[in-house]
Design a protein around this ligand. Structure first.
Ligand SMILES: CC(C)(COP(=O)(O)OP(=O)(O)OC[C@H]1O[C@@H](n2cnc3c(N)ncnc32)[C@H](O)[C@@H]1OP(=O)(O)O)[C@@H](O)C(=O)NCCC(=O)NCCS
Length: 128
C-alpha cells in the first residue's frame, strides 16, 4: 500500500533513500530529505507491507500535468517482488491525468517499466 510520507517515518525514509546511488553522502541525503519535507512541489511516498515500510518513491511536480520520478528504492530484502513496479502503478492511479517522466537517477528502472507509455522520452530531458 502506498502511503504519504510523514515525519515519524523520517528514519526509515532516509534509510531507503540511501540506497539510491546519488544519495550515499550524508549531507546530500539530509538536504534531499529537507527538500521533501519543505518544498511543496516535492512529495515522498512510502510502500507499506504487513511487516512495515519497505519502499520509497519521491516525485517532483514539474507542473499540473507532469511528474518526475526523482527517487525510487526498495529494501534489498524485498527486491524482485514487483514492489518498484507497484509503486509506479499506484502513483499513476492516484494521478491519472499526469504524465510521468524519469529523472536521470531513476531512468533505467522507469524505462524498463514503460508499460503505458507514461514515460515520454520527448519530455525526459527536462532540466527540472
Ligand atoms: C530499482 C529498484 C527500486 C527495483 O525495485 P524492485 O521492487 O526489485 O523492482 P521490481 O520487482 O518491480 O522489478 C525488478 C526488475 O527490475 C530490474 N532492476 C533492478 N534495478 C534496476 C535498475 N537500477 N535499472 C533497471 N532495472 C533494474 C531487475 O533486474 C528486475 O528485472 P527482471 O524483472 O527483468 O528480473 C530496486 O532494485 C532498488 O531499490 N535499487 C536501488 C536504488 C536505485 O538504484 N534506484 C534507482 C533505479 S534506476
Amino acid at each position: 500500500m502506498l502511503i504519504r510520507y510523514k515525519k515519524s517515518y523520517k528514519k526509515i525514509a532516509m534509510g531507503l533513500l540511501s540506497f539510491m546511488p546519488n544519495e550515499k553522502n550524508l549531507q546530500r541525503l539530509q538536504s534531499t530529505m529537507k527538500l521533501y519535507e519543505t518544498a511543496k512541489d516535492h512529495q515522498l511516498f512510502l510502500w507499506k507491507e504487513n511487516e512495515g515500510i519497505v519502499g520509497l518513491i519521491g516525485v517532483l511536480f514539474v507542473n499540473e500535468h507532469l511528474m518526475q520520478v526523482q527517487h525510487i528504492t526498495v529494501n534489498p530484502s524485498h527486491r524482485g517482488q514487483e514492489l518498484g513496479k507497484k509503486m509506479i502503478m499506484n502513483l499513476k492511479e492516484l494521478n491519472p491525468d499526469s504524465l510521468f517522466i524519469p529523472h536521470d537517477n531513476t531512468r533505467a528502472f522507469c524505462v524498463k517499466y514503460d508499460i503505458n507509455n507514461s514515460f515520454n522520452n520527448r519530455c525526459s530531458d527536462t532540466s527540472a
